[in-house]
Design a protein around this ligand. Structure first.
Ligand code: PMP
Length: 360
């Protein structure tokens, strides 16, 4: 068996230990004689799996008791619509900070439900930074303020928490949830698609303060009503059982490794290796303002874009794949989620050094 180093933005690398455990438990989950995906979601075995997943996630993120944890379907994109439906609570305006491609998608979807005020935008500099809160222009009557705390395409990350007072702060953390400790209590709602740091695509996790629930827009589909989902413990219909099981294994893997503080250290060290190399010369360049650079998604360009194809081909020969940047940004992008081992990053950095020496 050969495992390559996969720098995909998502679906992305998962911990090998998790995949191996899933393989070992595939045909007979712990003496049950069944695969997890064959289990009734109402049976004791599966109920225990989901309860453990929630308990472990609560522990990892120190989620306060007045927050619900929901395991939902439709990825993060479905939440773009569900969030205004659930959180407008009789209001008609929501504030959004526009930091890039994913914020834009959330804004577009919210506009189907309400008036959107763009409180701040970094479009003036091609989404290469996070607008500081001092320039935000929030509306007086916003139902919530929405941010995308890690722009997967642009590689821009909030490393601070906005202070929105009594207005609930809502955050799309799809591409960095579980990469660092967070103060959940500062947010009204946190959500994330699973396919980066958590598990299989399709699953979305929503963490929401319970007093925000129960005032959905008329006409909200039952499946999108967070209160209904919370009352049914994410089992209003058949939940994505196998995805939740894999997410649970990932949570256990994180706990065994020392939790999110340990993971954050590891992620800082990995990201630094790449940024130091990029900043250390003029062959590579980062388009992102230093203070706002993501630890998870690292876009960079080559000084001569005519070398891009050679870079990608030679990288692939070294077992380094999915380094092509998103078409809206160009260049390269290395996504180095929790499960990307240090060896993957050092191999990449060594390759980048060799490539520079050969082509400069
Ligand atoms: N938000 C962010 C920040 C993302 O990176 C993604 C997916 N790449 C999404 C939302 C959409 O997630 P999904 O495809 O699970 O709907």
């Amino acid at each position: 068996m050969t495992r390559i180093f996969n720098f995909s933005a998502g679906p992305a690398v998962l911990p090998q230990e998790v995949l191996k455990q899933a393989q070992e438990e595939m045909l007979d989950w712990r003496g049950s004689g069944m695969a997890v995906m064959e289990m009734s979601h109402r049976g004791p075995e599966y109920m225990a799996i989901q309860a453990a997943a929630e308990k472990d996630l609560r522990e990892l993120l120190a989620i306060p008791a007045n927050y619900k944890v929901l395991f939902l379907q439709g990825g993060a994109t479905t939440q773009f619509a569900a969030i205004p439906m659930n959180l407008l609570r009789g209001k008609t305006t929501a504030d959004y900070v526009n930091t890039g491609e994913w914020a834009k998608k959330a804004i577009k979807e919210a506009k189907l439900q309400c008036k959107v005020n763009i409180a701040a935008s970094s479009e003036d500099k091609n989404f290469s930074y996070v607008p500081p809160q001092s320039v935000w222009q929030v509306s007086k009557d916003a139902a919530y303020v929405h941010v995308c705390t890690n722009e997967t395409i642009g590689g821009v990350e909030f490393n601070w928490i906005p202070d929105t007072g009594d207005v609930p702060l809502v955050a799309d953390m799809s591409s960095h949830l579980l990469s660092r400790p967070i103060d959940v209590g500062r947010y009204g709602l946190i959500y994330a698609g699973a396919q980066k740091n958590i598990g299989p695509a399709g699953l979305a996790i929503v963490i929401v303060r319970d007093d925000l629930l129960g005032q959905t827009l008329p006409g909200t589909p039952t499946m999108l009503d967070y209160k209904v989902q919370a009352e049914h413990e994410s089992m209003f219909n058949t939940p994505p059982t196998y995805s939740i099981y894999i997410a649970g294994l990932t949570f256990q893997w994180l706990k065994r490794g020392g939790g999110l503080t340990a993971m954050e250290k590891h992620n800082i060290a990995k990201a630094r290796l790449i940024y130091d190399l990029v900043d250390g010369g003029d062959f590579y360049r980062s388009p992102v303002a230093k203070f706002d650079r993501s630890r998870m998604n690292i876009p960079f360009t080559l000084h001569d874009e005519k070398l891009d194809d050679a870079f990608l081909n030679e990288a692939k020969q070294q077992g380094l794949i999915q380094l092509k940047g998103h078409r809206s940004v160009g260049g390269m992008r290395a996504s180095i989620y929790n499960a990307m081992p240090l060896a993957g990053v050092t191999t990449l950095v060594d390759f980048m050094r060799d490539f520079e020496a050969k082509h400069r």
